[in-house]
Design a protein around this ligand. Structure first.
Ligand SMILES: Cc1cc2nc3c(=O)[nH]c(=O)nc-3n(C[C@H](O)[C@H](O)[C@H](O)COP(=O)(O)OP(=O)(O)OC[C@H]3O[C@@H](n4cnc5c(N)ncnc54)[C@H](O)[C@@H]3O)c2cc1C
Length: 288
């Protein structure tokens, strides 16, 4: 379908000065005040039978989703930004319960390193990959270890039907435990929402069993903070919130500061960064 010139991207990234990478900037893009580059965009190929797609990391997720829909498939990346941005931020969206985490989507990455080289990590066939699992290191690294240029992603079949359901509930488990593999279960203290996918008959039967009625969609997720809590704490939230039941992510209206990381974790993170980018030129100032 398209052609991607990774050598040109590597040339743009260069070899010595500080440089940032940005996608659509829905999460702020790279650090301000630094020369900024954008990853190549475009879909190279789709292999529906193998359930894989290859595209530039600068491709908008929405464009990729539209292209995959023509093949009856989709990809489990959050909407809105670019493929590279979604992978580098590393946050799964509300479908993580059914679709799995974002890090499982990336099978192969060709990225530009701090030395301006194009490096390949992972591979489309998992059993052919040996060595360190660099793809999982790059997901969530916010471009501090390398700039994603071209990626091969795992796709998923589009379900025959997909429907949001809701019901009043003061305990989300009363609904959650009656559902078979829901794609998403959200709860705000008084109402539970579930995204059910599959054959229409199965979806309707499950909804009946759990006392759910069809609704227009999920509630808006509060934007103040997003934090991960132990499963038992999901039902123990205060204020305005929406929890992802079965996952442990809570979206709060109030801002929240994550507790400082342990000295050991900080030491490890810095050691990894020093190995990949000893001069700290990639996305300088971004603390992962
Ligand atoms: C309508 C809408 C709905 C959304 N829904 C959700 C949701 O449900 N859940 C959720 O978690 N998010 C959601 N988002 C957020 C969205 O998924 C993220 O903002 C997106 O993943 C970031 O992409 P971006 O291109 O805007 O990245 P940017 O904001 O441009 O960059 C984000 C980070 O990624 C780095 N980066 C960008 N490109 C690369 C690259 N090629 N290589 C290395 N690093 C790179 C940047 O340097 C920066 O550190 C939503 C956004 C919108 C607009």
């Amino acid at each position: 379908m398209g052609v991607i010139d990774l050598d040109a991207f590597a040339h743009e990234v260069g070899v010595d000065d500080p440089v940032a990478v940005a996608g659509l900037c829905t999460r702020g893009g790279g650090p301000a005040g630094v020369r900024t580059v954008a990853a190549p965009s475009g879909i190279l190929w789709v292999q529906p039978d193998e359930m894989i797609v290859c595209c530039g990391a600068g491709t908008p997720v929405d464009e990729l989703v539209d292209a995959l829909a023509e093949h009856g498939q989709t990809v489990a990346l959050p909407a809105g930004g670019t493929v590279g941005g979604a992978l580098s931020v590393g946050h799964s969206d509300h479908r993580r319960l059914g679709y799995g985490p974002v890090r499982d989507v990336l099978l192969q990455a060709r990225y530009v390193s701090a030395t301006g080289d194009v490096v390949k990590a992972g591979g489309p066939t998992v059993k052919n990959v040996s060595g360190f699992d660099l793809c999982r290191l790059l997901v969530g690294a916010r471009g501090t270890l390398g700039f994603l240029g071209e990626v091969i992603l795992r796709t998923r079949p589009l379900p025959p039907s997909s429907q949001w359901m809701s019901a009043p509930a003061t305990d989300p488990d009363t609904v959650f435990t009656r559902l078979h593999r829901p794609v998403s279960v959200l709860w705000n203290g008084t109402t539970v929402w579930a995204l059910l996918e599959g054959h229409p008959f199965d979806v309707a039967e499950q909804a009946d069993a759990a006392g759910l009625a069809a609704c227009a969609g999920p509630p808006p997720l509060p934007q103040g903070s997003r934090r991960s809590v132990p499963p038992a704490a999901v039902v123990d939230q205060r204020g305005e919130f929406v929890t992802e039941v079965g996952v442990g992510i809570v979206h709060h209206a109030e801002p929240w500061s994550a507790p400082p990381r342990s000295a050991r974790v900080l030491e490890l993170t810095r050691a990894v960064k020093a190995e990949f980018d000893p001069t700290g030129r990639l996305n300088p100032g971004i603390d992962v």
